[in-house]
Design a protein around this ligand. Structure first.
Ligand code: URA
Length: 433
């Protein structure tokens, strides 16, 4: 088989078969097919797409390019949730303890942030001593014992994706539904949970720019999940503005803790309640949404959800005092209020730019090798649809360095104002089962 024939076939809009996709993935991982040929194939896929059979075969080939984690020796249903990423997305930090307190097991392997998006591992590492590198036996034991663990990847899971994603990133082929769907689903299927909930974001701060594109991606991933035998469901949610108020690692941990005490922002709590309900139904712990919501609320009210987070932090050698007293989490040198210069309603609050500005003061990484400052970030005081008077605080910026005029100018540009009232856009557009 010659790889150039496979590129040509896809370039001409034909479907690839199992043998060809196997040849591609195996050859690429082994290094016998060079980057430049795979780049050409990715670009052909970007323009020509793939049918459902091709996407399922590609996912399966990627899934088996490395280790597949077996969680079957952990008692009970194991649930996984994946967000396609965004700004201020600290959902796992609240949601995982909430559902674990209701009796669902969550064995979560998370990633780091890059560019304007944050990553769960960076957020949990704001907690002093927190160890994300449990080995597989420790990971499984912890999930068995307390129902919850959040770690980085243990083994070589889906090496094909690592290589392919790096290549797509520099060849303008990230935004292809077949390539995103197979990338996400191969990793989810390799991490071994019984159920998968996908939070597919759309909007400025997300890969998919419109609800329609997010829906197509979600439906594609659900079909792959079903074909490969997993209960896979999806929510479509809005990432035009940041989720909740906090952007930045320790600040997001604080907001997640507040949410577990029912003192967090309403939009973020609603996302956790909706996602938690779906997960409890997938795990057969609740039979319908109203029962699931009641269980989640009870576990917030009786303090068990927060205690579950404390238990996880203790089990992973983190300092539980920082969860019980969040003011002990890392704090930046300066807290600078940014006040409104104009009056009106906030029409748009640009998530992508706010994420980038938080990155620029140290909350994120420009390139993979950068280190981050856990203490810094932005806490928004106003969101889409809110009315603002001159002098009102728009946000508090937590920073270790004075802000430059350029940074402040760009910050103001994130707030697009209207003189007439603006309807708040719904956060959750759709649930697809
Ligand atoms: N997230 C992934 O894991 N893969 C993609 O291709 C895009 C987003």
């Amino acid at each position: 088989m010659r790889f150039v024939d496979i590129i040509e076939k896809k370039r001409d809009g034909k479907a690839l078969n199992q043998e060809e996709i196997h040849f591609w993935i195996q050859g690429y991982v082994k290094g016998t097919i060079p980057d430049y040929q795979v780049s050409a194939l990715c670009m052909a896929i970007y323009f020509q797409g793939m049918n459902d059979d091709e996407i399922a075969i590609l996912t399966n080939e990627m899934l088996h390019s490395g280790d597949v984690i077996g969680l079957s020796d952990i008692a009970g249903m194991k649930a996984d949730k994946h967000s396609t990423g965004g700004v201020g997305d600290k959902t796992s930090l609240s949601l995982a303890p909430m559902v674990a307190a209701c009796g669902l097991k969550v064995a979560k392997m998370s990633g780091r942030g890059l560019g304007h998006t944050g990553g769960t591992l960076d957020k949990v590492e704001s907690i002093e001593g927190f160890d994300i590198s449990l080995d597989e036996e420790e990971f499984k034991k912890q999930v068995n014992d307390i129902g919850l663990a959040i770690i980085g990847q243990t083994r070589q899971v889906v090496p094909a994706d690592k290589k392919l994603y790096g290549l797509r990133d520099v060849t303008a082929t990230v935004n292809s539904i077949p390539l995103i769907a197979s990338s996400i689903m191969s990793k989810k299927l390799a991490s071994g949970s019984d159920t998968i909930l996908l939070d597919v974001k759309f909007g400025e701060g997300a890969f998919m720019k419109t609800p329609h594109d997010a829906q197509v991606l979600a439906e594609t991933m659900i079909r792959i999940g079903k074909k490969l035998g997993k209960d896979t469901r999806a929510m479509i949610s809005n990432m035009n503005q940041p989720l909740g108020n906090a952007i930045g690692n320790a600040l997001e941990v604080k907001e997640a803790i507040a949410t577990l005490k029912d003192e967090g922002p309403q939009d973020f709590k609603e996302l956790c309640m909706k996602a938690g309900s779906i997960m409890l139904m997938q795990g057969k712990i609740a039979s319908d949404e109203s029962e699931a919501r009641k269980m989640l609320q009870e576990n917030i009210d009786n303090g068990n959800a927060l205690l579950k987070l404390v238990e996880m932090v203790k089990a992973q050698k983190g300092n539980p005092e920082q969860i019980l007293h969040p003011e002990k989490l890392p704090t930046a040198k300066y807290q600078i209020e940014i006040n409104a210069l104009t009056e009106g309603y906030i029409k748009n609050l640009h998530a992508l730019e706010l994420g980038t500005l938080a990155m620029l003061i140290g909350a994120g990484r420009k390139v993979k090798e950068d280190s981050i400052n856990h203490a810094v970030g932005i806490v928004l005081k106003k969101k889409d649809g809110d009315y603002v008077k001159i002098g009102d605080s728009l946000a508090t910026v937590h920073t270790d360095q004075p802000l430059t005029d350029e940074w402040i100018k760009e910050f103001y540009e994130c707030f697009e104002m209207s003189q007439t009232p603006v309807q708040k856009a719904p956060l959750i557009y759709q649930v697809i089962e």
